[in-house]
Design a protein around this ligand. Structure first.
Ligand code: PMP
Length: 317
């Protein structure tokens, strides 16, 4: 067990040993209903012996937005959390691709009502190894879910509220039970929204198309990065507009993008073959570029990378 988790996590301002980070069982009650979180990744550069965290400031700014929307007060700033994250990764000596998950929740909810104003948020940052699949050649076959995506006036999908994830979980479970690898959800208006945990992009008539942030999607950081790289580095027209379900079936390429999914090619939607049933040209080029950007094996988009300083001899500030 000891080697399957890092030595420390960060909890309410202190670095705590993994084994010592426990809560009372009664805290389970309402504590995660209003909890919000982030999913962030660091990529190991073997040659430089360095871990680069992707768009760390943007992720922590979004965490602050999420907390504001669920009215969870905190005394920590994004800057405090940024410094804590870097120290934690250095002290855990993470020399591999790493997932970083900050979580803000309302502690001590036992005996309280859900309508009671939350106290200052409890904040946790934990990490675990998560190798990249960008060069694995893996592809997905998905279905359009019979579940509808939550909407801004139901449970705002633009933030990372734990409760929102029940919607995507139902869609994923249905898709797996039906023999697919994943799902794509439609909005209440019947437009393509997003997948559980990832945004949807298609290539059609030489353009990259993706649903707008008003069609029930998370304000995804990977989506923004992919649109920027497609425009600037691949010279593609990138269009944000509502997409019909049948545009998925007729697309030349379909892929998912997100922190966990990176860029994941889709080769079938509802048993319609996409393109020639293999990873498409644009998708493949974006995967290759994205991996080198994430690992810092090239100079482009350097401002997206925060070096952790895990190399021997570098110590926490
Ligand atoms: N949509 C949902 C529902 C997600 O959970 C995620 C993963 N955070 C994404 C999209 C992709 O967002 P990002 O690129 O910021 O990870």
């Amino acid at each position: 067990m000891a080697d399957t988790h890092p030595t420390y996590l960060w909890w309410n301002g202190e670095q705590v040993r993994w084994e010592d980070a426990t809560v009372h069982v009664t805290d389970l009650a309402w504590s995660t209903v209003g909890a919000v979180f982030e999913g962030i990744r660091g990529y190991w550069n073997e040659e430089q012996q360095e871990l680069y965290v992707f768009r760390l400031q943007d992720h922590l700014d979004r965490l602050m937005d999420s907390m504001r929307l669920v009215r969870l007060p905190t005394t920590y700033s994004a800057e405090d959390l940024l410094a804590a994250t870097l120290t934690l990764i250095r002290d855990n000596e993470s020399r591999e691709d790493t997932y970083i998950r900050p979580l803000a929740y309302s502690a001590g909810t036992s005996g309280k009502r859900l309508s009671d104003a939350p106290a200052d948020a409890a904040l946790l940052i934990n990490t675990n190894p998560m190798p990249s699949k960008l060069s694995s050649g893996e592809t997905m076959k998905v279905k359009v879910s019979s579940w509808t995506r939550i909407s801004d006036n139901v449970m705002p999908p633009r933030i990372k509220n734990i409760s929102n994830y029940r919607n995507g979980q139902l869609a994923s479970m249905e898709a797996k039970a039906d023999g697919y690898d994943g799902a794509i959800l439609l909005s209440p208006q019947g437009k393509v929204s997003e997948a559980p945990g990832a945004c949807v992009m298609i290539v059609r008539h030489g353009k990259l198309l993706t649903p707008p942030v008003t069609d029930g999607i998370l304000e995804s950081i990977t989506r923004d990065a992919v649109m920027t790289m497609a425009r600037e580095s691949l010279g593609l027209d990138v269009v944000e507009r509502s997409l019909d379900r049948t545009e998925l079936y007729l697309a030349d390429e379909v892929f998912l993008c997100g922190t966990a999914f990176e860029i994941s090619p889709i080769v079938e939607v509802d048993r319609y073959q996409i393109g020639d049933g293999a990873i498409g040209d644009v998708t493949g080029r974006l995967q290759t570029l994205f991996e080198s950007v994430l690992r810092g094996t090239e100079d482009r988009y350097a401002s997206w990378r925060t070096p952790v300083g895990v190399a021997a001899g570098v110590t926490a500030d």
